[in-house]
Write a protein that binds this ligand. Sequence first.
Ligand code: TYM
Length: 342
Amino acid sequence: MNDAGTHTRRVFSGVQPSGNLHLGNYLGAVKRFVEMQEEDFDTLYCMVDLHAITVWQDPEELTNATRELAAAFMACGLDPKKSILFNQSQVPTHAELGWIFNCVGRVGWLNRMTQFKDKAGKNAEKMSVGLYSYPTLMAADILVYHATHVPVGEDQKQHLELTRDIAMKFNNDFKCPGFFPETEPIIEGAATRVMSLRDGSKKMSKSDPSDLSRINLIDSAEDIAKKIRKAKTDPEPLPESADGLAERPEAKNLVGIYSALSGQSVDAVLGEWGGKQFGEFKPALADLSVEMVAPIAVEMNRLLADPAEIDRILGDGANRAAEIAEPILAETYKHVGLLRSR
Ligand code: TYM
């Protein structure tokens, strides 16, 4: 049951402040955040610093990366007057509900999470407990606001399914049907999974050792153009229709990026470029990428020149977020039977 009838239409999403915000984050998530800010929703966008520390972060760099991410959000078009922008650790209700969800979620559910397996590899024993229980905190991020819609890239799909499972189990266990909503993931568009520019089988990622694999939002126009020029391709011309991209991951990725940046459908892009060589397509993609992405770094640098103003915006966002979350947490405590005498 999606209880949209009784829950305010509310969007929540988060991004980790762990450096190197890239084109995948932008096209898969932040661009959609900006669109939803203009639609009929309350919108909350969070720098999830508590999630970032599930793997080691240098303390000073974490503080800087949090401000940088706030600047990137605003440079991409998020407006602190229209959306609540804040960092997770300033609103303690996330961690409090996270603990309750650690007691609702099941070990078997977490054992199935592919992101943990990908990140931990063969070293699961040496990973932090926080990395393992990462998805329960993520469920708390969303549900502590009774958020109904969550825009994310494809890689977060399984975490959002877990969020729904936790909501349902809580509502069942504590006999409060519809208390937590069944949140709807919003995974839409041609770029929900942007791939590495060096290897079309790997996701574009901030942790890829090759900087040429990704376009960072902080990159200069020259770097953006260079990375597109050097992107891996195959020797064939572009196909006439989307079916022809099926076995060509690098071509599919570049066409997807073009489609998402230009706002044209993949078919429309291939209608224009089908039959042409990458030698012609890449310069056009480089120009389009520079046009759309380079201004973000310029605006980020302008905003970062005034860190006190960024801190003020995040503090204000945290206060507004807490106003929504605290009554929901108080009601949650009541359902669980946790005594509160203040
Ligand atoms: P994070 O910080 O890894 O990524 C932020 C957003 O960017 C999307 N994304 C991509 N989209 C397309 N192509 C890619 N190559 C690509 N790489 C990343 C991610 O899907 C994500 O939407 N667990 C989350 C943060 C989080 C969260 C939340 C999200 C914590 N709590 C609550 C939503 C709701 C994460 O690690 O995102």
